[in-house]
Design a binder for this molecule. Sequence first.
Ligand SMILES: [Zn+2]
Ligand SMILES: [Zn+2]
Length: 399
Amino acid sequence: MLNSKKSELAKINKKIPQLLQKYNLCNNCLARQFLSDRKKILSIKTNSECYLCNNIFSNTKQLIEKAITLAKNLEFRTFLVGTQVPREMLTREEAVWDYNGIENTESIKTELNRLNGRILEKKLKKKVDFANYDLLILLDFINNNVKVQITPIYIYGHYLKLSRELSQTKWPCDCNGKGCEKCNFKGKMYTSVEDLVGYPVIAESSGIGSKFHGAGREDVNARMLGNGRAFILEISEPKKRKLDLRKLEKTINSKHKKLIQVKNLAFCKKSHVELLKSVRLEKVYRAIARAGRNLTKEDLAEIMKLNIINQNTPTRVLHRRADKERMRSIKSITGRLLGKKKLELIIAAEAGTYIKELINGDNGRTKPSVAEILNTNVACVELDVIKIKDGFLDELMAG
Ligand SMILES: [Zn+2]
Ligand SMILES: [Zn+2]
């Protein structure tokens, strides 16, 4: 480096000549070691072979062009740049820090991210957004390559399930989709709400897959009526993000009129998934039950006294849930006779109450139960969720 430049730099910070004596550094790598003098150092042009970065800062053009080509076919508003550099480069940076001190510095990756982020902002006419980026552009200086990661989109809504032969999420067969006798060569046990809602959105967004997050779930043979159940549909790698959700709603609803309906689709954030999963919602059910003996009005009066119950994990879910006893509150229960042995029950219950077992008693594992009160076998023959008290959710999801 020319002596005149060295002396100019010395005026900026007297530690600079000492550092340059030890390591040859380009302007960027030098300026990063004296961040408060950054602008002044960068204004003095030096052309040193850089010990630290091998002059990476003047060799970004190719990767930037690759990034632009990749991003061109994608729909996004915001992005973030990430950088991968050889491990040895970071080791050399640490050597410089050990010699010169680490206060008042930043890492080479931070600088590359920032500078290339600015270049790409101009070229792509999009904004860098650290917290909410639609696209992560990874500049890989190790393999001289660029990768892009597309942030999923999240769509919040409510669904009604009108069929008793529909699962909420995908239910693959043991044959892993190959098709066998058990699944009638369909590869799955049931069509799912996830499929019926997800496929049209995947197609519209050119995504590669979906995840379905429900605010709880109902059994395959239970319908979900009333205002529906809240869900978030997550679409992986959408190439298009500006979706006409009203139009999608119509597409989904007209295609599968007898199976499902979706309502009020709206974009939401990733953080809302956890929120949705954590809420505990009181629900109202309509059950049709059949008793082992003729029923009277007095029997109904006894059933309506049900209040607090103790429920052990139902036998039918013991294979996937721990065996625990829980106390559950039945907020209200009313009944009417539909036949000599047949009755309709409207039950409002705390989140997590197993309704089939509340009715049949699950061999004494739920106490008290409708079966215990009637002192006979009682089977739940039909079950619908007719209301979920989730009025506060819409507001939370909009925030
Ligand atoms: Zn350098
Ligand atoms: Zn199968």
